[in-house]
Design a binder for this molecule. Structure first.
Ligand SMILES: *[C@@H]1O[C@H](CO)[C@@H](O)[C@H](O)[C@H]1NC(C)=O
Ligand SMILES: *[C@@H]1O[C@H](CO)[C@@H](O)[C@H](O)[C@H]1NC(C)=O
Ligand SMILES: *[C@@H]1O[C@H](CO)[C@@H](O)[C@H](O)[C@H]1NC(C)=O
Ligand SMILES: *[C@@H]1O[C@H](CO)[C@@H](O)[C@H](O)[C@H]1NC(C)=O
Ligand SMILES: *[C@@H]1O[C@H](CO)[C@@H](O)[C@H](O)[C@H]1NC(C)=O
Ligand SMILES: *[C@@H]1O[C@H](CO)[C@@H](O)[C@H](O)[C@H]1NC(C)=O
Ligand SMILES: *[C@@H]1O[C@H](CO)[C@@H](O)[C@H](O)[C@H]1NC(C)=O
Ligand SMILES: *[C@@H]1O[C@H](CO)[C@@H](O)[C@H](O)[C@H]1NC(C)=O
Ligand SMILES: *[C@@H]1O[C@H](CO)[C@@H](O)[C@H](O)[C@H]1NC(C)=O
Ligand SMILES: *[C@@H]1O[C@H](CO)[C@@H](O)[C@H](O)[C@H]1NC(C)=O
Length: 356
């Protein structure tokens, strides 16, 4: 039996809708299978404290929440008061798989009495995820059936993809009412076309208030080894972060030629810190010395594994070109990404043909 063309379209359309209700889109586009650190905006539903937020998002080191928001390092996180509707930046680990990036099995939310999936998604997590996304990643057959004490993985959107051939931190930016794609691009030093492409938008007019936009932030160069537990350590300009179980503090300043400046933090998380001295020298992490001419030696951070912190002496040119560049644009304009979306459309069409 032959199907008429309208029937074909009707069937394809209904298959597509079944497909999309069963599998809501997760995360940001991420084409590399890897992990990295990420950031997302969270608008506080009520007045609260940093420890309460750290608890909600499973952040073990309160200082990393202070750092992600660029609050002074002297801030006492226990007593710092936050007003309702303040927007905080939440640091979290990202996992990329199957073309999308979502938070790496964290945060985990524990269901309390009278909770519903919609309330958890829309209110507790301020709409950073939809209830369908929580339902999907936790394999919950019926959204109305969750139980007190149930642990739910909340899949925050993220990505670890390079941008313009350079590492970038994909910041989940909460779109304020009245903002424009061009305005956001200018604020975060990227371009409108880059934002449209990363977010799969064809038209700047499609921007919706209160949605989360993938905004790539340029990060400092690092010497972190690829077998380090914090590889690739992504630190954007003008921010700092704690790593190596809180033992190391790293700061990114574009004015320092985009070189990450790491030093002992002077505080540790649970564990005591291993030596941060550069092997065979009297240099500690972060110490620099001017060599002759245009050269500077630095005891740089090389990452960590278990309780071992790696360090190495690196050389930098102090007669660097103004502004500094770690951004090699030779890989530009996102051709990889375009090919990927082509594969997706092609396989969706194939699915429909098989379905018929
Ligand atoms: C919270 O609100 C109070 C009073 O409106 C204000 O003084 C304070 O600066 C606000 N704190 C923050 C972190 O926004
Ligand atoms: C996602 O990737 C995993 C492992 O790479 C695979 O087992 C799984 O089937 C994939 N899921 C989808 C929906 O493609
Ligand atoms: C404020 O919001 C947090 C996070 O959603 C929640 O855990 C807490 O119970 C709320 N507090 C009040 C007083 O509503
Ligand atoms: C954007 O980047 C340019 C050059 O890379 C720099 O001069 C400028 O200060 C940056 N602006 C912001 C807001 O980061
Ligand atoms: C990690 O780095 C080493 C040497 O620096 C290199 O040989 C290896 O291919 C890298 N591995 C990956 C997965 O990039
Ligand atoms: C880096 O951040 C500082 C603020 O911390 C800003 O003044 C500067 O313009 C930024 N530079 C670049 C190149 O983005
Ligand atoms: C070396 O680094 C340590 C730790 O940051 C610091 O206390 C010390 O003053 C530095 N020494 C020199 C000579 O810069
Ligand atoms: C790190 O610890 C794990 C188990 O905790 C162990 O299997 C592994 O060999 C250790 N790695 C290093 C480099 O010490
Ligand atoms: C940029 O990459 C190209 C090819 O990948 C290389 O030839 C060139 O030297 C690189 N430039 C910089 C400044 O790293
Ligand atoms: C950018 O795209 C254009 C046309 O799509 C192509 O000709 C050009 O080679 C690309 N540039 C890079 C750096 O990939």
């Amino acid at each position: 039996m032959r199907l008429s063309i309208p029937t074909f379209i009707l069937i394809s359309f209904s298959l597509l809708s079944i497909h999309s209700t069963a599998q809501p889109t997760l995360g940001f586009r991420c084409t590399t299978a890897t992990t990295c650190n990420s950031l997302i905006d969270y608008k506080l539903p009520n007045a609260t404290t940093l420890p309460a937020i750290a608890n909600l998002f499973d952040i073990k080191n309160l200082r990393s929440l202070v750092a992600a928001n660029n609050l002074p390092a002297t801030t006492n996180p226990q007593t710092y008061q936050l007003n309702a509707s303040t927007t905080l930046r939440i640091p979290f680990p990202c996992l990329c798989r199957n073309g999308t990036g979502i938070s790496n099995r964290r945060p985990v939310y524990t269901v309390v009495s009278d909770d519903g999936l919609f309330h958890i998604a829309a209110e507790v997590f301020s709409g950073l995820v939809t209830y369908q996304q929580i339902q999907t990643v936790n394999n919950i057959p019926d959204a109305d059936k969750i139980f007190v004490g149930q642990k739910l993985w909340v899949p925050l959107p993220c990505s670890c993809d390079d941008v313009d051939g350079a590492a970038a931190l994909h910041y989940g930016h909460l779109v304020a009412a009245g903002s424009t794609v061009g305005g956001i691009a200018e604020e975060f030093n990227t371009t409108e076309s880059r934002l449209l492409e990363l977010n799969g938008m064809s038209n700047p007019g499609d921007l919706k208030a209160d949605s989360i936009l993938d905004v790539p932030l340029k990060v400092c160069k690092t010497t972190v080894r690829n077998d380090s537990m914090d590889y690739p350590l992504l630190v954007p300009n003008g921010t700092y972060t704690f790593t190596a179980n809180g033992c190391v503090r790293c700061q990114c300043d574009a004015a320092n030629n985009w070189i990450l400046n790491c030093m002992p933090s002077g505080i540790s998380l649970r564990t005591s810190c291993s030596s941060t001295q550069c092997p065979g020298t009297s240099f500690d992490l972060g110490n620099t010395t001017s060599d002759s001419g245009c050269s500077l030696s630095r005891c740089a951070y090389g990452g960590y594994r278990n309780n071992t912190i790696y360090t190495e002496v690196t050389k930098e040119s102090t007669c660097a070109s103004p502004g500094g560049t770690n951004n090699n644009n030779s890989n530009g304009n996102g051709s990889k990404v375009l090919r990927w979306s082509f594969v997706v459309s092609a396989s969706l069409i194939a699915l429909h043909l098989l379905g018929l």
